[in-house]
Design a binder for this molecule. Structure first.
Ligand code: DC
Length: 223
């Protein structure tokens, strides 16, 4: 029986993709790749180097030199940018917005997609993002599109921040999610869209374990 599937999990921000992908990979003994973190690392790099997103020359230079590494650890993925562990830094709110902007630039996507295809080439991988089932691995063995209501997504993000000791405003989080969804879905290059052959999973009323079990059931039924 084949056991080196490529599993694609796409969907909007804070829909529960990453937590589900992480657990799913653990249960299957697969590697997990958080592609959003790669766009976040690009955003942080442009900020560190003070490169304006309009300056394609400098952006291309940055992309030629950029060193993004995803390390699998017991605590999940650790992201290194040019040798520095930036796993925490890339989660800051300004980076969320900037990553959505930089991810709409075709040159940036071309470079990240090539890296992601290389990382997943041997299979046994769960990859989450926006275009995994449509562009990165259109022939993935399993594709899932994860959705949830705005209020639940905002509440999850709020709780995540709360757990880190950060107070935030629920309404503002919801607005930011709406802005990012619009930006990610309306861009010309590889917009966030459900692949025709993806299973849609609505996590609004599901616990994390229920989400993972639902996906595992589908995988086990078909393999
Ligand atoms: O999944 P995330 O919220 O960490 O992703 C950050 C941004 O990166 C998101 O707003 C859109 C972009 N992204 C993308 O365009 N394609 C991907 N495969 C993953 C993320």
């Amino acid at each position: 029986m084949k056991n080196n599937f490529i599993i694609a999990l796409d969907g909007p921000a804070a829909s529960g993709k990453s937590t589900t992908a992480k657990l799913l990979a653990k249960k299957l003994g697969y590697i997990y790749i958080d592609t959003g973190a790669m766009y976040r690392a690009c955003a942080l790099s442009s900020l560190n180097k003070q490169i304006s997103l309009d300056n394609l020359n400098l952006l291309n230079k940055m992309l030629n030199e950029i060193d993004i590494l995803i390390k699998q650890t017991n605590q999940g993925n650790k992201i290194f940018l040019d040798g520095e562990d930036v796993s925490e830094k890339i989660r800051e709110e300004n980076i969320s917005l900037l990553s959505s902007k930089i991810a709409s630039i075709p040159e940036v996507r071309k470079k990240m997609v090539a890296l992601q295809q290389k990382m997943g080439a041997n299979g046994a991988v769960v990859m989450d993002g926006r275009d995994i089932g449509t562009v990165v691995f259109p022939n993935a063995d399993f594709k899932f599109f994860i959705v949830a209501s705005y209020s639940v997504r905002a509440k999850r993000r709020w709780q995540e921040l709360q757990n880190k000791g950060i107070n935030s405003d629920l309404k503002k989080i919801e607005e930011e999610l709406k802005w990012r969804d619009k930006n990610d879905s309306e861009r010309t290059c590889s917009p966030l869209v459900k692949a025709k052959d993806a299973y849609e999973i609505d996590t609004t009323n599901l616990s994390i374990n229920e989400q993972v079990e639902m996906i595992l059931k589908i995988i086990n039924k078909e393999r």
